[in-house]
Write a protein that binds this ligand. Structure first.
Ligand code: ADP
Ligand code: MG
Length: 246
Protein backbone atom coordinates (compact mmCIF):
# COMPACT_ATOMS: atom_id res chain seq x y z
CA UNK A 1 0.00 0.00 0.00
CA UNK A 2 1.10 3.53 -0.78
CA UNK A 3 -0.04 6.60 1.07
CA UNK A 4 1.10 10.10 0.25
CA UNK A 5 0.07 12.80 2.73
CA UNK A 6 0.29 16.55 2.31
CA UNK A 7 3.28 16.37 0.01
CA UNK A 8 4.72 19.65 -1.17
CA UNK A 9 7.82 20.56 -3.12
CA UNK A 10 9.40 23.91 -3.80
CA UNK A 11 12.30 24.73 -6.06
CA UNK A 12 13.39 28.01 -4.51
CA UNK A 13 10.27 30.17 -4.62
CA UNK A 14 8.56 27.99 -7.19
CA UNK A 15 5.94 25.81 -5.54
CA UNK A 16 5.65 22.79 -7.82
CA UNK A 17 3.66 20.38 -5.63
CA UNK A 18 0.97 21.82 -3.38
CA UNK A 19 -0.35 19.63 -0.62
CA UNK A 20 -0.72 16.41 -2.59
CA UNK A 21 -2.46 13.49 -0.88
CA UNK A 22 -3.53 10.17 -2.38
CA UNK A 23 -3.41 6.45 -1.78
CA UNK A 24 -2.68 3.53 -4.06
CA UNK A 25 -3.82 0.03 -3.16
CA UNK A 26 -1.74 -3.06 -3.78
CA UNK A 27 -2.24 -4.18 -7.37
CA UNK A 28 -3.80 -0.91 -8.43
CA UNK A 29 -2.89 0.78 -11.71
CA UNK A 30 -2.95 4.55 -11.37
CA UNK A 31 -2.41 6.79 -14.39
CA UNK A 32 -1.51 10.45 -13.86
CA UNK A 33 -2.40 12.89 -16.62
CA UNK A 34 -2.10 16.65 -16.90
CA UNK A 35 -0.48 19.48 -18.85
CA UNK A 36 3.30 19.66 -18.99
CA UNK A 37 5.01 21.67 -16.28
CA UNK A 38 2.32 20.61 -13.82
CA UNK A 39 4.56 18.66 -11.45
CA UNK A 40 3.89 15.08 -12.59
CA UNK A 41 7.56 14.13 -12.91
CA UNK A 42 8.41 15.93 -9.69
CA UNK A 43 5.72 13.95 -7.89
CA UNK A 44 7.08 10.62 -9.14
CA UNK A 45 10.63 11.67 -8.33
CA UNK A 46 9.62 12.66 -4.80
CA UNK A 47 8.02 9.24 -4.30
CA UNK A 48 11.46 7.72 -4.48
CA UNK A 49 13.40 10.70 -3.13
CA UNK A 50 15.15 11.42 -6.40
CA UNK A 51 13.85 14.83 -5.33
CA UNK A 52 13.50 15.62 -1.65
CA UNK A 53 10.04 16.93 -0.86
CA UNK A 54 9.74 20.15 1.11
CA UNK A 55 7.06 18.75 3.40
CA UNK A 56 4.77 15.76 3.74
CA UNK A 57 4.87 12.04 4.39
CA UNK A 58 5.30 9.09 2.07
CA UNK A 59 4.43 5.57 3.08
CA UNK A 60 5.31 2.70 0.72
CA UNK A 61 5.30 -0.93 1.81
CA UNK A 62 6.85 -1.00 5.25
CA UNK A 63 8.59 2.37 5.04
CA UNK A 64 7.25 5.69 6.25
CA UNK A 65 9.26 8.83 5.72
CA UNK A 66 8.62 12.43 6.66
CA UNK A 67 10.24 15.14 4.55
CA UNK A 68 11.09 17.29 7.53
CA UNK A 69 12.82 14.62 9.61
CA UNK A 70 13.96 12.06 7.03
CA UNK A 71 17.09 10.00 7.60
CA UNK A 72 19.36 8.61 4.91
CA UNK A 73 18.59 5.08 6.12
CA UNK A 74 14.88 5.67 5.47
CA UNK A 75 15.64 7.05 2.02
CA UNK A 76 17.62 3.91 1.18
CA UNK A 77 14.77 1.74 2.48
CA UNK A 78 12.18 3.77 0.55
CA UNK A 79 14.14 3.41 -2.69
CA UNK A 80 13.98 -0.37 -2.34
CA UNK A 81 10.19 -0.10 -2.36
CA UNK A 82 9.90 1.36 -5.83
CA UNK A 83 11.62 1.37 -9.18
CA UNK A 84 11.60 3.86 -11.99
CA UNK A 85 11.06 3.58 -15.72
CA UNK A 86 12.36 6.78 -17.34
CA UNK A 87 11.35 8.40 -20.60
CA UNK A 88 14.94 8.14 -21.88
CA UNK A 89 15.54 4.58 -20.54
CA UNK A 90 18.67 5.52 -18.53
CA UNK A 91 20.30 2.14 -19.09
CA UNK A 92 23.96 1.53 -18.31
CA UNK A 93 25.58 1.89 -21.75
CA UNK A 94 28.53 -0.29 -20.82
CA UNK A 95 26.41 -3.19 -19.60
CA UNK A 96 24.50 -5.78 -21.62
CA UNK A 97 20.72 -6.10 -21.38
CA UNK A 98 21.22 -9.02 -18.99
CA UNK A 99 23.68 -7.10 -16.81
CA UNK A 100 21.39 -4.05 -16.73
CA UNK A 101 18.52 -6.14 -15.42
CA UNK A 102 20.67 -8.10 -12.95
CA UNK A 103 22.37 -5.02 -11.52
CA UNK A 104 19.91 -4.17 -8.73
CA UNK A 105 19.62 -7.81 -7.68
CA UNK A 106 23.38 -7.95 -7.20
CA UNK A 107 24.02 -4.52 -5.67
CA UNK A 108 20.80 -3.84 -3.73
CA UNK A 109 19.52 -7.30 -2.84
CA UNK A 110 22.93 -9.00 -2.65
CA UNK A 111 21.68 -11.90 -4.73
CA UNK A 112 24.55 -14.21 -5.76
CA UNK A 113 25.63 -13.29 -9.26
CA UNK A 114 24.64 -16.54 -10.99
CA UNK A 115 21.15 -16.45 -9.45
CA UNK A 116 20.77 -12.78 -10.34
CA UNK A 117 21.70 -13.46 -13.96
CA UNK A 118 19.27 -16.40 -14.11
CA UNK A 119 16.43 -14.24 -12.75
CA UNK A 120 17.34 -11.41 -15.13
CA UNK A 121 17.21 -13.84 -18.02
CA UNK A 122 13.73 -15.05 -17.01
CA UNK A 123 12.49 -11.47 -16.88
CA UNK A 124 13.99 -10.57 -20.24
CA UNK A 125 12.32 -13.64 -21.75
CA UNK A 126 9.04 -12.36 -20.32
CA UNK A 127 9.40 -9.01 -22.07
CA UNK A 128 10.25 -10.76 -25.35
CA UNK A 129 13.99 -10.12 -25.43
CA UNK A 130 15.34 -13.66 -25.12
CA UNK A 131 17.53 -13.10 -28.19
CA UNK A 132 19.04 -9.84 -26.85
CA UNK A 133 20.47 -10.93 -23.51
CA UNK A 134 24.09 -10.16 -24.36
CA UNK A 135 23.49 -7.09 -26.46
CA UNK A 136 24.45 -3.55 -25.39
CA UNK A 137 21.84 -0.75 -25.31
CA UNK A 138 23.33 1.02 -28.34
CA UNK A 139 22.52 -2.05 -30.44
CA UNK A 140 18.84 -2.08 -29.40
CA UNK A 141 15.90 -0.16 -30.84
CA UNK A 142 14.18 2.40 -28.62
CA UNK A 143 11.36 -0.01 -27.95
CA UNK A 144 13.78 -2.77 -27.01
CA UNK A 145 15.74 -0.43 -24.74
CA UNK A 146 12.58 0.58 -22.95
CA UNK A 147 11.59 -3.06 -22.53
CA UNK A 148 14.98 -3.59 -20.87
CA UNK A 149 14.14 -0.55 -18.71
CA UNK A 150 10.89 -2.17 -17.65
CA UNK A 151 12.61 -5.53 -17.08
CA UNK A 152 15.12 -3.78 -14.85
CA UNK A 153 12.28 -2.20 -12.86
CA UNK A 154 10.60 -5.61 -12.53
CA UNK A 155 13.83 -7.14 -11.22
CA UNK A 156 14.07 -4.51 -8.48
CA UNK A 157 11.28 -6.29 -6.56
CA UNK A 158 9.75 -3.09 -5.18
CA UNK A 159 6.12 -2.54 -4.14
CA UNK A 160 5.49 -0.26 -7.08
CA UNK A 161 6.89 0.62 -10.49
CA UNK A 162 6.86 4.32 -11.34
CA UNK A 163 6.67 5.13 -15.06
CA UNK A 164 7.45 8.66 -16.22
CA UNK A 165 6.20 9.00 -19.80
CA UNK A 166 7.74 5.67 -20.81
CA UNK A 167 6.71 5.96 -24.47
CA UNK A 168 7.16 9.69 -25.07
CA UNK A 169 10.68 9.42 -26.47
CA UNK A 170 9.90 6.47 -28.72
CA UNK A 171 9.38 6.47 -32.46
CA UNK A 172 5.68 5.69 -33.02
CA UNK A 173 6.49 2.22 -34.36
CA UNK A 174 7.88 1.12 -30.96
CA UNK A 175 5.13 2.46 -28.72
CA UNK A 176 2.79 -0.51 -28.91
CA UNK A 177 5.34 -3.14 -27.92
CA UNK A 178 6.19 -1.15 -24.79
CA UNK A 179 2.53 -0.59 -23.91
CA UNK A 180 1.95 -4.32 -24.41
CA UNK A 181 4.56 -5.14 -21.76
CA UNK A 182 2.94 -2.64 -19.40
CA UNK A 183 -0.50 -4.15 -20.05
CA UNK A 184 0.90 -7.57 -19.21
CA UNK A 185 2.20 -6.19 -15.90
CA UNK A 186 -1.24 -4.75 -15.22
CA UNK A 187 -2.83 -8.15 -15.83
CA UNK A 188 -0.40 -9.57 -13.28
CA UNK A 189 -1.54 -6.92 -10.79
CA UNK A 190 1.81 -5.23 -10.50
CA UNK A 191 1.15 -1.97 -8.66
CA UNK A 192 2.01 0.87 -11.04
CA UNK A 193 1.87 4.65 -11.15
CA UNK A 194 2.13 5.77 -14.75
CA UNK A 195 2.51 9.32 -16.05
CA UNK A 196 1.54 9.21 -19.70
CA UNK A 197 -0.08 11.04 -22.58
CA UNK A 198 -1.38 7.72 -23.95
CA UNK A 199 -5.05 8.31 -23.27
CA UNK A 200 -6.11 5.02 -24.82
CA UNK A 201 -3.82 3.16 -22.42
CA UNK A 202 -5.24 5.15 -19.51
CA UNK A 203 -8.79 4.30 -20.56
CA UNK A 204 -8.09 0.60 -21.02
CA UNK A 205 -5.68 -0.18 -18.25
CA UNK A 206 -6.03 2.31 -15.39
CA UNK A 207 -8.05 1.46 -12.32
CA UNK A 208 -7.90 5.14 -11.49
CA UNK A 209 -6.92 8.29 -13.33
CA UNK A 210 -5.51 11.31 -11.51
CA UNK A 211 -5.69 14.66 -13.27
CA UNK A 212 -3.03 17.09 -12.05
CA UNK A 213 -2.73 20.74 -12.88
CA UNK A 214 -0.51 23.44 -11.47
CA UNK A 215 0.79 21.29 -8.61
CA UNK A 216 -2.62 20.11 -7.44
CA UNK A 217 -4.66 16.98 -7.88
CA UNK A 218 -7.72 18.53 -9.51
CA UNK A 219 -9.74 15.36 -9.91
CA UNK A 220 -9.41 11.59 -9.74
CA UNK A 221 -11.59 8.61 -10.40
CA UNK A 222 -12.14 5.58 -12.63
CA UNK A 223 -11.24 6.31 -16.27
CA UNK A 224 -14.86 6.14 -17.36
CA UNK A 225 -15.69 9.00 -15.00
CA UNK A 226 -12.63 11.18 -15.55
CA UNK A 227 -12.81 10.83 -19.34
CA UNK A 228 -16.55 10.41 -19.75
CA UNK A 229 -17.94 12.75 -17.15
CA UNK A 230 -15.26 15.07 -15.75
CA UNK A 231 -16.46 17.17 -12.84
CA UNK A 232 -14.13 20.11 -13.13
CA UNK A 233 -13.92 22.60 -15.96
CA UNK A 234 -10.13 22.24 -16.11
CA UNK A 235 -10.36 18.47 -16.38
CA UNK A 236 -12.99 18.82 -19.11
CA UNK A 237 -10.79 21.14 -21.15
CA UNK A 238 -7.70 18.96 -20.79
CA UNK A 239 -9.46 15.68 -21.51
CA UNK A 240 -11.20 17.08 -24.58
CA UNK A 241 -7.90 18.24 -26.02
CA UNK A 242 -6.02 15.07 -25.06
CA UNK A 243 -8.61 12.71 -26.52
CA UNK A 244 -8.65 14.66 -29.77
CA UNK A 245 -4.89 14.24 -30.10
CA UNK A 246 -4.79 10.53 -29.30
P1 ADP B 1 5.65 17.75 -15.63
O1 ADP B 1 6.34 16.43 -15.45
O2 ADP B 1 4.20 17.73 -15.25
O3 ADP B 1 5.83 18.29 -17.02
P2 ADP B 1 7.70 18.75 -13.87
O4 ADP B 1 7.50 18.04 -12.60
O5 ADP B 1 8.80 18.27 -14.75
O6 ADP B 1 6.33 18.80 -14.66
O7 ADP B 1 7.98 20.28 -13.59
C1 ADP B 1 7.11 21.07 -12.81
C2 ADP B 1 7.71 22.45 -12.63
O8 ADP B 1 8.88 22.34 -11.82
C3 ADP B 1 8.14 23.13 -13.91
O9 ADP B 1 7.87 24.49 -13.79
C4 ADP B 1 9.62 22.87 -13.94
O10 ADP B 1 10.28 23.88 -14.66
C5 ADP B 1 9.98 22.91 -12.47
N1 ADP B 1 11.16 22.08 -12.13
C6 ADP B 1 11.25 20.74 -12.30
N2 ADP B 1 12.44 20.28 -11.86
C7 ADP B 1 13.12 21.38 -11.41
C8 ADP B 1 14.42 21.58 -10.83
N3 ADP B 1 15.26 20.57 -10.62
N4 ADP B 1 14.75 22.83 -10.48
C9 ADP B 1 13.91 23.87 -10.67
N5 ADP B 1 12.67 23.75 -11.22
C10 ADP B 1 12.29 22.53 -11.58
MG1 MG C 1 7.33 15.23 -16.80
Amino acid sequence: MIKVSNLSKKFGDLEVLKDISFEVAKGEIVVIIGPSGTGKSTLLRCLNYLETPTAGQIHIGNVTIDAVSHKQKQVTALRQQSSFVFQNYSLFANKTALQNVAESLITVWKTPKQNALATAKEILIKVGLEDKLDVYPSQLSGGQQQRVGIARAMAAKGEVILFDEPTSALDPEWVDEVLAVMKQLAVEKQTMIVVTHEMQFAKEVADRVIFMEDGYIVEQGPPLEVFGNPQHQRTKAFVKRALKQS
